[in-house]
Design a protein around this ligand. Structure first.
Ligand code: PHE
Length: 352
């Protein structure tokens, strides 16, 4: 190769090298480009190897140009390498990126169950009136749940269709209490009049769950016994309760009803606190909501616990907590209370 051809080759290789180096978009491609322009089999290297065969003047000329081209290409390669390494590092950083601009995931604080909130409200109203809270066992005997409450042996509520009896060897009288009224007896057995107690708790009935029934539900029982208590006291107490619970405009009405442990017995209705009595969805167009059973304690019940019915009279009432809560919070299906669905429960946050 003559000196002129060598110089032309060097210039061509410089141009080709710059193009290849610039075209490399990965570090591997850059390595290949470097080999292609500066490697042993590259035209550049043949020129370099041929330097020894040139005369002195030509060798100096071509040699200088060889050095210039090598330096230029090496510089181009290392510039390009730095750029590609920078891109690679940026990509890795982007992949590891943690977005700290989002708010953290907060743990939601728990809150009281709507039935607990309702129970507390009921209990609060009566404790402010002077009633004391008593609680009793969920497993009861036939005596406390039925006999002592003047419920005759052939009463339909006692059948296994309505009551859940327990299968305990040697006992046939154990059952899951069907109403909190059982606590009336346990209380009066223990204390002498005057008695003013309320008793909240779970009760159980042989029942298939549907929008308004459940085999497990909750009641609050109230019992007042003293000398001279009359039906007027019962009415006044329940009217005060209804107003405290549902608002001062609420009116009450009493319908005759029958429960074996009271005489007379009644059903308390309240004017609908949503529509004021005109009729709406909450009261199903009636204008009234039936709320609870009540009555004057039956003389037989007083006798059963050794109270003198000639001297003492009393009243009692029992209400379903679900039945109180459903119209209050607009809950259309009783089963929602027991499903534990967080979307349902969340709506009551802050109430209790
Ligand atoms: N125990 C009755 C019920 O479960 C309610 C009630 C309580 C009625 C006290 C009268 C007196 O429906």
């Amino acid at each position: 190769m003559g000196p002129e051809e060598a110089l032309r080759t060097l210039n061509e290789e410089l141009t080709r090298g710059h193009r290849l180096i610039a075209a490399a978009v990965t570090l591997e491609a850059l390595d290949e480009a470097e080999t292609a322009v500066l490697g042993r089999r590259a035209p550049f290297s043949s020129v370099q190897r041929g330097l020894g065969g040139l005369d002195e003047e030509a060798r100096r000329r071509v040699g200088r140009r060889t050095n210039e081209v090598r330096e230029a290409l090496r510089a181009a390669v290392s510039d390009r390498r730095r750029a590609l390494e920078g891109e690679r590092d940026a990509r890795a950083l982007e992949g590891d990126r943690i977005d700290v601009t989002l708010p953290g995931r907060r743990l939601r604080p728990g809150s009281l169950h709507p039935l607990t909130v309702t129970m507390h409200r009921i209990v609060d109203i009566f404790t402010r009136m002077g009633y004391r809270v008593v609680e009793g066992p969920e497993i009861e005997t036939e005596w406390y749940n039925f006999d002592a409450l003047n419920i005759p042996p052939d009463h339909p509520a006692r059948s296994e269709k309505d009551t859940i009896y327990l299968d305990v060897p040697g006992r046939t009288d154990l059952l899951l209490r069907t109403e909190t009224s059982a606590m009336q007896i346990r209380t009066m057995e223990r204390v002498a009049p005057p008695v003013f107690v309320i008793s909240p708790g779970r009760v159980f009935r042989q029942e298939t769950a549907d929008p308004s029934h459940s085999p497990v539900f909750h009641q609050v029982e109230a019992l007042a016994v003293d000398e001279g208590l009359t039906f007027a006291d019962l009415k006044g107490t329940l009217e005060a309760f209804a107003r405290a619970m549902y608002g001062p405009e609420v009116r009450v009405r009493f319908h005759p009803d029958f429960f074996p442990f009271v005489e007379p017995g009644a059903q308390l209705g309240i004017s609908c606190f949503v529509c004021g009595g005109r009729g709406c969805r909450t009261c199903k167009g009636e204008g009234w909501i039936e709320l609870l059973g009540c009555g004057m304690v039956h003389p037989n019940v007083l006798k059963n616990v050794g109270y003198d019915p000639e001297r003492y009279t009393g009243f009692a009432f029992g209400m379903g907590i679900e039945r109180v809560a459903m119209p209050l919070y607009g809950v259309p299906d009783l089963r929602l209370f027991y499903e534990g669905d967080i979307r349902f429960l969340r709506q009551f946050q802050g109430l209790g």
